[in-house]
Design a protein around this ligand. Structure first.
Ligand SMILES: Nc1ncnc2c1ncn2[C@@H]1O[C@H](COP(=O)(O)OP(=O)(O)OP(=O)(O)O)[C@@H](O)[C@H]1O
Ligand SMILES: [Mg+2]
Length: 446
């Protein structure tokens, strides 16, 4: 038997090698004797060897597969906090090449252009694994709900969707997300999305509404035109603001009695500008300064911010209750939030109030409120226009109606007029006969 060449140089080494060989030989034969003579040992040893070999192979396989995974696979995680989360689920619900065994139902009410509402069930991927084929690539989608973690702000469990695909197809993630976003935006085309605050974030409130047309809100002569002109002028002048380092924002205050069309006008204006609307009610009980500030600085793109009942912040400057619990928005909180709004896009804030006298003059400072307009009870011009909107062409009756209504010599809100005309949809004569009901602002037509 030939020995390794490097060790036969010196005779002592040869002796050593011989010695070691003899010892090893003896040991081996001893082991063989024990193994061969003892059937339990023989079987146990075999199993042990097999077990270790398998364990070794398994850990090797694990190592190899995790190496391959790291090299070849790419993951994308979409947490439920992210805007794209809902877009993605919706997109996936409509994706044709998918295999899902776990579905969740999402029930939506769809408002048609004629105002009617129908129900639509959409099956979106539920928690579990799903496979889709997208542009030739296979993507594994895993929707997971964290049982332990709960979003403290809204009580919903945290969720994530993880998309896994081959590394070479990673650019598809970008395309897929863009497609999901476009799809979400397309379904809102011609509609106004109304966002309300949900914890610290803005969430669409119900389904997007068909746009309300501007001429459907009848304000006094020139009022609507004035606001529309100012907003459009502001929107054109971004460059001007940036060049001068002025925050690109403008605040509007519409004040006046209830039911005069303030909210309706702002919604119609948003629709005509193709903007969405974020509504925040400052009288909301659990709204704090911090939350208001956060929300006002994170409004969704292309949205008008609408702060309703802005006087609520001035009613109680000291909001700390006896037990130290602080709730409601304070005056300084509102001012800070208004001043702090900085966005690369324009920020249009509309505020409404029924009690302009309660507002502190500090809020009237330019930059907070730049345009202030009174939206009052119906003038004779508005009464006439409202009548003709419901009964087109009835000019003669309209004249009589306006006279009778103004002769009552009481404040009449446009909302009251709407109530009367809706009750008498097909009969302008009946409206004329019932004009007395306008004396009571809260008359219930039945
Ligand atoms: N000027 C108007 N033109 C057409 N519709 C109006 C007008 N004013 C009120 N309405 C109708 O009356 C209802 C209430 O109007 P809206 O909510 O806009 O009033 P508001 O001024 O915001 O009241 P509040 O001060 O109580 O919030 C709506 O259904 C709206 O269609
Ligand atoms: Mg309102």
């Amino acid at each position: 038997m030939s020995e390794p060449k490097t060790i036969i140089d010196t005779p002592e080494t040869v002796d050593n090698v011989e010695e070691i060989k003899t010892t090893t030989g003896q040991f081996n034969s001893l082991v063989h004797q024990i193994m061969d003579n003892n059937p339990y040992f023989a079987a146990g040893g075999g199993l042990m060897l097999l077990g270790s070999a398998l364990a070794l192979a398994r850990s090797g396989f694990k190592g190899l597969s995790s190496l391959l995974y790291r090299q070849l696979i790419v993951d994308l995680e979409i947490p439920s906090k992210d805007k794209s989360y809902l877009w993605f689920l919706q997109w996936m619900g409509q994706h044709p090449n998918r295999s899902s065994r776990h579905l969740s139902v999402e029930t939506n009410f769809i408002q048609h252009d004629n105002g009617s509402v129908s129900t639509k069930f959409q099956l979106v991927p539920g928690p579990g694994n799903h496979f889709i084929k997208y542009k030739g690539a296979y993507i594994l989608i895993k929707r997971e709900r964290s049982g332990k973690m709960i979003d403290m702000t809204n009580g919903a469990p945290f969720e994530t969707v993880t998309l896994t695909t081959l590394y070479r197809d990673r650019r598809l993630f970008d395309e897929l997300l863009k497609e999901a976003k476009d799809l979400a935006f397309k379904s809102n085309e011609g509609k106004t999305v109304i966002y309300t605050s949900w914890g610290p974030e803005w969430r669409p409130f119900g389904q997007p509404k068909a746009k309300r047309l501007l001429p459907s809100v009848i304000l006094d002569k020139g009022v609507a035109e004035g606001i529309v002109y100012d907003v459009k002028d502001f929107m054109k002048n971004g460059e001007w603001y940036f060049e001068r380092g002025i925050p690109y924002r403008r605040g509007y205050l519409l004040y006046g009695p209830p039911g005069s069309g303030k909210t309706s006008f702002i919604q119609a204006l948003a629709g005509s500008l193709d903007y969405n609307i974020c509504i925040m009610n400052l009288a909301e009980a659990n709204l704090t300064d911090d939350r208001l500030n956060h929300l006002m600085n994170n409004i969704p793109e292309r949205s008008i911010l609408l702060l309703e009942d802005v006087d609520a912040a001035f009613n109680h400057r000291e909001q700390t209750a006896e037990n130290g619990f602080k709730s409601g928005v304070t005056f300084s909180g509102l001012l800070n939030a208004l001043d702090g709004v900085t966005s690369s896009e324009e920020t249009i804030t509309f505020m409404t109030t029924n009690h302009v006298e309660r507002l502190d003059p500090a809020i009237m400072r330019p930059g907070r409120i730049d345009y202030k307009v009174y939206i009052g009870n119906a003038t004779s011009y508005q009464i006439g226009q409202m009548f003709l909107k419901f009964y087109p062409g009835e000019n003669e009756l309209c004249e009589k109606f306006v006279k009778k209504a103004t002769d009552l010599d009481v404040p009449i809100s446009t909302a009251q007029l709407q109530g009367l005309f809706v009750f008498n949809k097909n009969s302008p004569e009946n409206s004329l006969n019932m004009v007395e009901t306008l004396k009571s602002p809260n008359h219930v037509f039945q």
